[in-house]
Design a protein around this ligand. Sequence first.
Ligand code: ZN
Length: 125
Amino acid sequence: MKIDLPMGADPGILYRAGEKIGARVEVAGGSEVRTRDAGQRIRFDARIQPLHPDHYRSRGYNGRRLNAVCWHGHREWMRAIYKAHPDAVIRTALATYRGAKHFEDTHEDTIREGLSGSQTCTCDE
Ligand SMILES: [Zn+2]
């Protein structure tokens, strides 16, 4: 996913947010972009992968573990980023979130696609 942070922001937050949920984070990019609504930003391309066999891990329809963080894990990772940078813009395959409030208001809507028939997880909620 693509993450726009304020100029001068420390991309270390992306890794620390990953540690918080037990995921490995790969970050690329870090180029300056001029956005229409938020002005000059620094854009990162990030991927997260699960480190633990069950915690926040997606499973296929047959129950097999996938090398993917589930919807809940993505949510907690993005929440940790928004805690540090409430005005971050995060673009995922499912949606674009323009700031912490927009994220909290709309992220739940992606649960159907995020936990579709072919993928599930063992989280309690
Ligand atoms: Zn889950």
